[in-house]
Design a protein around this ligand. Structure first.
Ligand code: UD2
Length: 323
């Protein structure tokens, strides 16, 4: 019987958490519907018990949670522009799915649920860095949906005593992030394009900034959140990030140096629902979890590029029509 359940286990972040748990000798169950998860991401996770299923279905959630002690809820439709194009799907796959997971977790006697929140909850307020005690101001339907999930987490702690911990991720990147859809994270898209000598597009003037967080840091935050004492973390929400930011223009220049790409970027109008600047205060995660980012942005970029280089370009080209 698995001790841990990872939802979205065939996605970028879920896959990475599952791999680390297995490396530590833990028993893991994963679930994915393959709406955005990839079967090839399960390679190397053969020891994981796997369920193909959709969290929008309560019976599937019940089967996934049976016998489990801790849930890492990573499954989502993660994209601001996707949610602008189709807010209802985002709601079903983020809000309904999260509520179903919580109901099933409670019924199954799960001890703790760790939830993938999003920095998009902070929205456009000009104050930087973003601290957890700031009022949320979600702009896109995606931000609203991820924030609703946070509120459900806290509610299940307050009302039912199910231990929940929310980690607000800040622009996570790294190996296994899908670069082949235009809904992908910007770094996955830029890495793939610049390695294959394709011109990347910057939406807006490129002066927007992000606290890009390498995947290993986020995996570390998750494992700490699962293990921390309930007195400290149950019902809590905290940023998971690096605490530094970089503009897209600077990122592009850095990637030119690392990839040898010699062209200029194309510039296109800003995307609806986009926010300008994002930077986390990571003090709370330090205090509550003992979290400290281990891999900085440049080192993360180098490792990510190495992975995209070593991974068959066919894998990405064959999926380039998938959105
Ligand atoms: C949001 C959240 C992030 C995570 C993510 C999930 C914020 C600050 N961050 O990321 O935490 O939840 O959603 O998807 O809200 N861009 C380009 N060219 C491209 C692709 C993107 O210029 O080809 C721009 C895009 O317009 C934006 C920036 O790059 O200004 C980052 O975009 P993204 O889609 O990687 O992530 P973002 O910030 O929407």
């Amino acid at each position: 019987m698995a001790k841990y359940l990872v939802t979205g286990a065939a996605g970028f972040i879920g896959r990475s958490i599952a791999a680390e748990l297995l490396a530590r000798g833990e028993t893991v169950r994963g679930i994915d519907s393959f709406i955005t998860g990839k079967r090839e991401n399960l390679r190397g996770l053969e020891e994981m018990e796997f369920i193909e299923g959709d969290l929008a279905d309560p019976a599937t959630c019940a089967a996934a949670c049976a016998g489990v002690e801790v849930v890492f809820h990573e499954a989502a439709l993660a994209s601001v522009p996707r949610s602008v194009a189709d807010p209802v799907s985002t709601n079903v796959n983020c809000v309904d799915a999260t509520l179903n997971v919580l109901v099933a977790a409670r019924a199954a006697g799960v001890r703790r649920v760790v939830y993938a929140g999003s920095s998009s909850a902070y929205g456009e307020s000009p104050t930087l860095p973003k601290r957890e005690d700031m009022a949320p101001d979600p702009i896109s339907p995606y931000a609203v949906a991820k924030l609703a999930g946070e509120h459900y987490m806290r509610s299940f702690w307050r009302v039912y005593g199910l231990e929940t911990v929310v980690l607000r991720y800040f622009n996570v990147f790294g190996p296994y992030q899908d670069p082949a859809s235009h809904y992908s994270g910007v770094l996955a898209i830029f890495c793939r394009k610049m390695l294959t000598d394709e011109q990347p597009t910057i939406y807006g003037d490129g002066q927007q900034s992000r606290d890009f967080t390498y995947i290993e840091n986020v995996v570390q935050a998750n494992l700490l959140a699962a293990a921390a004492p309930a007195e400290k973390v149950a019902g809590a929400m905290m940023n998971a990030a690096t605490g530094s930011r970089i503009t897209l223009n600077e990122t592009f220049r850095l990637l030119c140096g690392l990839t040898g790409y010699g062209g200029a970027p194309a510039y296109a109008p800003s995307r609806a629902g986009d926010i300008r600047d994002s930077l986390a205060d990571i003090q709370l995660a330090k205090e509550l979890l003992g979290y400290a980012p281990k891999v900085d942005f440049e080192e993360g970029l180098r490792r990510t590029l190495e992975w995209y280089r070593s991974t068959s370009t066919e894998r990405f080209v064959s999926q380039s029509t998938v959105m």
